[in-house]
Design a protein around this ligand. Structure first.
Ligand SMILES: NC(=O)CCC(=O)C(=O)O
Length: 262
Protein backbone atom coordinates (compact mmCIF):
# COMPACT_ATOMS: atom_id res chain seq x y z
CA UNK A 1 0.00 0.00 0.00
CA UNK A 2 1.54 3.29 -1.12
CA UNK A 3 0.58 6.21 1.14
CA UNK A 4 1.12 9.90 0.46
CA UNK A 5 0.77 12.30 3.39
CA UNK A 6 0.13 15.93 2.52
CA UNK A 7 1.89 18.24 5.00
CA UNK A 8 -0.29 21.23 4.16
CA UNK A 9 0.22 24.91 4.94
CA UNK A 10 -3.32 26.29 5.19
CA UNK A 11 -4.55 29.82 5.84
CA UNK A 12 -6.36 30.57 9.10
CA UNK A 13 -10.04 31.37 8.51
CA UNK A 14 -9.86 31.05 4.69
CA UNK A 15 -11.84 27.98 3.61
CA UNK A 16 -12.08 29.11 -0.05
CA UNK A 17 -8.30 29.19 -0.38
CA UNK A 18 -7.86 26.04 1.71
CA UNK A 19 -10.31 23.92 -0.29
CA UNK A 20 -8.72 24.93 -3.60
CA UNK A 21 -5.23 24.32 -2.23
CA UNK A 22 -6.12 20.92 -0.72
CA UNK A 23 -7.58 19.74 -4.05
CA UNK A 24 -4.45 20.87 -5.90
CA UNK A 25 -2.24 19.01 -3.40
CA UNK A 26 -4.36 15.83 -3.59
CA UNK A 27 -4.04 15.86 -7.39
CA UNK A 28 -0.26 16.22 -7.00
CA UNK A 29 -0.16 13.39 -4.44
CA UNK A 30 -2.17 11.12 -6.75
CA UNK A 31 0.57 11.52 -9.37
CA UNK A 32 2.93 9.60 -7.04
CA UNK A 33 0.80 6.49 -7.64
CA UNK A 34 -0.55 6.60 -4.07
CA UNK A 35 -3.21 4.12 -2.93
CA UNK A 36 -4.08 6.37 0.02
CA UNK A 37 -3.70 10.15 0.36
CA UNK A 38 -3.98 11.94 3.71
CA UNK A 39 -4.50 15.54 4.85
CA UNK A 40 -3.93 17.15 8.30
CA UNK A 41 -6.37 18.35 10.99
CA UNK A 42 -8.95 21.17 10.43
CA UNK A 43 -7.32 22.10 7.15
CA UNK A 44 -10.50 23.94 6.01
CA UNK A 45 -10.14 26.73 8.59
CA UNK A 46 -6.78 26.22 10.35
CA UNK A 47 -6.48 25.51 14.11
CA UNK A 48 -8.64 27.41 14.84
CA UNK A 49 -10.11 30.86 14.13
CA UNK A 50 -11.23 32.66 17.30
CA UNK A 51 -13.92 34.57 15.34
CA UNK A 52 -16.67 33.42 12.98
CA UNK A 53 -15.74 29.77 13.43
CA UNK A 54 -19.30 28.55 12.92
CA UNK A 55 -19.80 30.58 9.72
CA UNK A 56 -16.45 29.38 8.32
CA UNK A 57 -17.12 25.69 9.12
CA UNK A 58 -18.50 22.98 6.89
CA UNK A 59 -22.14 21.89 7.39
CA UNK A 60 -22.57 18.15 8.11
CA UNK A 61 -19.49 17.59 5.95
CA UNK A 62 -21.43 18.66 2.84
CA UNK A 63 -18.60 20.55 1.23
CA UNK A 64 -15.87 18.05 2.03
CA UNK A 65 -18.08 15.22 0.75
CA UNK A 66 -19.03 17.10 -2.43
CA UNK A 67 -15.33 17.85 -3.08
CA UNK A 68 -13.47 14.69 -2.08
CA UNK A 69 -16.05 12.00 -2.94
CA UNK A 70 -15.98 12.80 -6.67
CA UNK A 71 -12.22 13.50 -6.55
CA UNK A 72 -11.47 10.10 -4.95
CA UNK A 73 -13.58 8.42 -7.65
CA UNK A 74 -12.02 10.42 -10.49
CA UNK A 75 -8.47 9.68 -9.30
CA UNK A 76 -9.30 6.10 -8.21
CA UNK A 77 -7.63 6.68 -4.85
CA UNK A 78 -8.56 6.39 -1.15
CA UNK A 79 -8.53 9.75 0.65
CA UNK A 80 -8.26 10.18 4.41
CA UNK A 81 -9.42 13.79 4.21
CA UNK A 82 -7.79 14.96 7.44
CA UNK A 83 -10.41 16.67 9.57
CA UNK A 84 -12.61 19.71 9.10
CA UNK A 85 -14.36 22.11 11.39
CA UNK A 86 -17.93 20.97 10.92
CA UNK A 87 -21.34 22.08 12.20
CA UNK A 88 -23.86 19.39 13.12
CA UNK A 89 -27.10 19.93 15.03
CA UNK A 90 -26.01 23.48 15.84
CA UNK A 91 -22.70 22.34 17.40
CA UNK A 92 -19.17 22.44 15.98
CA UNK A 93 -17.17 19.20 15.73
CA UNK A 94 -13.63 18.46 14.59
CA UNK A 95 -14.65 15.74 12.12
CA UNK A 96 -12.62 13.46 9.89
CA UNK A 97 -14.09 11.91 6.72
CA UNK A 98 -12.48 9.07 4.79
CA UNK A 99 -13.36 8.17 1.18
CA UNK A 100 -12.68 4.94 -0.70
CA UNK A 101 -11.71 4.66 -4.36
CA UNK A 102 -15.39 4.67 -5.34
CA UNK A 103 -15.82 8.02 -3.60
CA UNK A 104 -17.94 6.57 -0.79
CA UNK A 105 -17.58 7.77 2.81
CA UNK A 106 -16.22 4.75 4.71
CA UNK A 107 -15.60 6.53 8.03
CA UNK A 108 -16.50 9.67 9.89
CA UNK A 109 -14.90 10.38 13.24
CA UNK A 110 -15.27 13.29 15.66
CA UNK A 111 -12.15 14.13 17.72
CA UNK A 112 -12.72 12.67 21.17
CA UNK A 113 -9.95 14.47 23.11
CA UNK A 114 -10.21 18.20 22.51
CA UNK A 115 -7.05 20.17 23.26
CA UNK A 116 -8.08 21.95 26.46
CA UNK A 117 -4.74 23.87 26.86
CA UNK A 118 -5.72 25.90 23.74
CA UNK A 119 -9.41 26.05 24.73
CA UNK A 120 -10.58 23.79 21.91
CA UNK A 121 -13.38 22.49 24.17
CA UNK A 122 -14.85 26.01 24.39
CA UNK A 123 -15.46 26.06 20.62
CA UNK A 124 -15.89 22.39 19.69
CA UNK A 125 -17.98 19.46 20.97
CA UNK A 126 -16.37 16.20 22.12
CA UNK A 127 -16.85 13.15 19.93
CA UNK A 128 -18.04 10.03 21.72
CA UNK A 129 -17.20 7.02 19.55
CA UNK A 130 -14.17 5.25 18.16
CA UNK A 131 -13.96 4.37 14.49
CA UNK A 132 -12.31 1.62 12.44
CA UNK A 133 -12.67 0.95 8.71
CA UNK A 134 -11.09 -0.89 5.77
CA UNK A 135 -9.19 0.53 2.83
CA UNK A 136 -8.25 -1.96 0.10
CA UNK A 137 -8.76 -4.78 2.62
CA UNK A 138 -6.43 -3.20 5.25
CA UNK A 139 -7.95 -2.61 8.68
CA UNK A 140 -7.45 1.01 9.70
CA UNK A 141 -8.18 3.40 12.57
CA UNK A 142 -7.99 7.14 12.89
CA UNK A 143 -7.25 9.63 15.67
CA UNK A 144 -6.94 13.42 15.63
CA UNK A 145 -3.88 15.22 17.05
CA UNK A 146 -4.18 15.43 20.88
CA UNK A 147 -5.90 11.99 20.76
CA UNK A 148 -2.45 10.43 20.17
CA UNK A 149 -1.46 11.20 23.78
CA UNK A 150 -4.15 8.76 25.00
CA UNK A 151 -2.61 5.32 24.82
CA UNK A 152 -5.91 3.70 25.89
CA UNK A 153 -7.64 5.08 22.81
CA UNK A 154 -5.06 3.69 20.41
CA UNK A 155 -4.88 0.34 22.26
CA UNK A 156 -8.69 0.11 21.99
CA UNK A 157 -8.41 0.55 18.22
CA UNK A 158 -5.59 -2.01 18.15
CA UNK A 159 -7.75 -4.51 20.01
CA UNK A 160 -10.40 -4.02 17.33
CA UNK A 161 -7.83 -5.43 14.92
CA UNK A 162 -6.34 -2.49 13.04
CA UNK A 163 -2.98 -2.78 11.28
CA UNK A 164 -2.68 0.85 10.23
CA UNK A 165 -3.36 4.02 12.23
CA UNK A 166 -3.88 7.43 10.65
CA UNK A 167 -3.06 10.44 12.83
CA UNK A 168 -4.19 13.80 11.44
CA UNK A 169 -2.84 16.81 13.29
CA UNK A 170 -1.98 20.45 13.72
CA UNK A 171 0.84 19.90 16.20
CA UNK A 172 2.92 22.91 17.29
CA UNK A 173 6.67 23.12 16.63
CA UNK A 174 7.22 23.70 20.35
CA UNK A 175 6.44 20.04 21.08
CA UNK A 176 7.99 18.38 18.01
CA UNK A 177 9.82 15.88 20.22
CA UNK A 178 6.55 14.74 21.83
CA UNK A 179 5.02 14.37 18.34
CA UNK A 180 7.79 12.12 17.08
CA UNK A 181 8.07 10.08 20.28
CA UNK A 182 4.32 9.58 20.80
CA UNK A 183 3.75 8.42 17.23
CA UNK A 184 6.78 6.15 17.37
CA UNK A 185 5.70 4.67 20.71
CA UNK A 186 2.15 3.98 19.50
CA UNK A 187 3.59 2.18 16.46
CA UNK A 188 5.90 0.03 18.60
CA UNK A 189 3.56 -0.76 21.50
CA UNK A 190 0.65 -1.68 19.20
CA UNK A 191 2.80 -3.21 16.45
CA UNK A 192 1.10 -1.29 13.68
CA UNK A 193 1.91 1.13 10.89
CA UNK A 194 1.37 4.79 11.81
CA UNK A 195 0.84 7.48 9.19
CA UNK A 196 0.94 10.80 11.04
CA UNK A 197 0.14 13.85 8.92
CA UNK A 198 0.83 17.27 10.43
CA UNK A 199 0.36 20.82 9.20
CA UNK A 200 3.12 23.41 8.85
CA UNK A 201 3.42 27.18 8.68
CA UNK A 202 2.14 29.72 11.19
CA UNK A 203 -1.38 30.50 12.37
CA UNK A 204 -1.81 33.41 14.77
CA UNK A 205 0.97 33.03 17.35
CA UNK A 206 1.48 29.31 16.74
CA UNK A 207 4.13 27.79 14.48
CA UNK A 208 3.26 24.24 13.41
CA UNK A 209 5.88 21.53 13.36
CA UNK A 210 5.61 19.79 10.02
CA UNK A 211 7.66 16.62 10.66
CA UNK A 212 4.88 14.36 9.39
CA UNK A 213 6.09 10.85 10.01
CA UNK A 214 5.35 7.43 8.53
CA UNK A 215 6.41 4.53 10.76
CA UNK A 216 6.48 0.78 10.47
CA UNK A 217 5.43 -1.55 13.35
CA UNK A 218 9.06 -1.75 14.55
CA UNK A 219 9.04 2.02 15.03
CA UNK A 220 11.38 2.48 12.08
CA UNK A 221 10.91 5.76 10.24
CA UNK A 222 9.84 5.18 6.63
CA UNK A 223 9.80 8.89 5.86
CA UNK A 224 10.04 12.06 7.96
CA UNK A 225 8.97 15.51 6.83
CA UNK A 226 10.83 18.77 7.17
CA UNK A 227 9.27 22.03 8.34
CA UNK A 228 7.65 23.25 5.12
CA UNK A 229 4.80 22.16 2.88
CA UNK A 230 5.50 18.84 1.17
CA UNK A 231 4.07 15.47 0.15
CA UNK A 232 5.66 12.46 1.86
CA UNK A 233 5.29 9.05 0.23
CA UNK A 234 6.14 5.55 1.46
CA UNK A 235 5.23 1.97 0.61
CA UNK A 236 3.80 -0.03 3.53
CA UNK A 237 4.46 -3.77 3.49
CA UNK A 238 1.54 -5.03 5.58
CA UNK A 239 3.21 -8.46 5.94
CA UNK A 240 5.56 -6.82 8.46
CA UNK A 241 2.64 -6.64 10.93
CA UNK A 242 2.20 -10.42 10.88
CA UNK A 243 5.96 -10.95 11.26
CA UNK A 244 6.38 -8.78 14.36
CA UNK A 245 3.22 -10.12 16.01
CA UNK A 246 4.55 -13.67 15.57
CA UNK A 247 8.06 -12.93 16.84
CA UNK A 248 7.09 -10.68 19.82
CA UNK A 249 3.46 -11.53 20.53
CA UNK A 250 2.38 -8.77 22.92
CA UNK A 251 -1.29 -9.38 22.17
CA UNK A 252 -1.01 -12.96 23.41
CA UNK A 253 1.24 -12.03 26.36
CA UNK A 254 -0.70 -9.05 27.72
CA UNK A 255 -2.48 -9.62 31.07
CA UNK A 256 -5.47 -7.29 31.08
CA UNK A 257 -6.95 -8.83 34.22
CA UNK A 258 -4.08 -7.16 36.18
CA UNK A 259 -4.43 -3.72 34.63
CA UNK A 260 -6.61 -0.95 35.92
CA UNK A 261 -6.69 0.36 32.38
CA UNK A 262 -8.62 -2.39 30.63
N1 LIG B 1 -4.45 20.21 17.70
C1 LIG B 1 -4.13 19.59 18.82
O1 LIG B 1 -4.85 18.73 19.29
C2 LIG B 1 -2.82 20.01 19.46
C3 LIG B 1 -2.28 18.95 20.41
C4 LIG B 1 -0.98 19.37 21.04
O2 LIG B 1 -0.45 20.42 20.73
C5 LIG B 1 -0.37 18.51 22.07
O3 LIG B 1 -0.95 17.47 22.42
O4 LIG B 1 0.71 18.87 22.53
Amino acid sequence: MRVSAIQMDMKLGEPEYNFAHAVELVRRAAATGADVITLPETWNVGFFPSENLEALSDREGERVKATFGPLAKELGVNIVAGSVSNVRDGKIYNTSYTFNRQGEVVADYDKTHLFTPMGEHHSFEFGDRLVTFELDGVRCGIVICYDIRFLELVRSLALRGIDLLFVVAQWPKLRTRHWELLNTTRAIENQMFVVATNSCGTAGQTKYAGHSILLDPWGEVLVLGGEGEQILTADLDLEVVRGIRESINVYRDRRPALYEIK
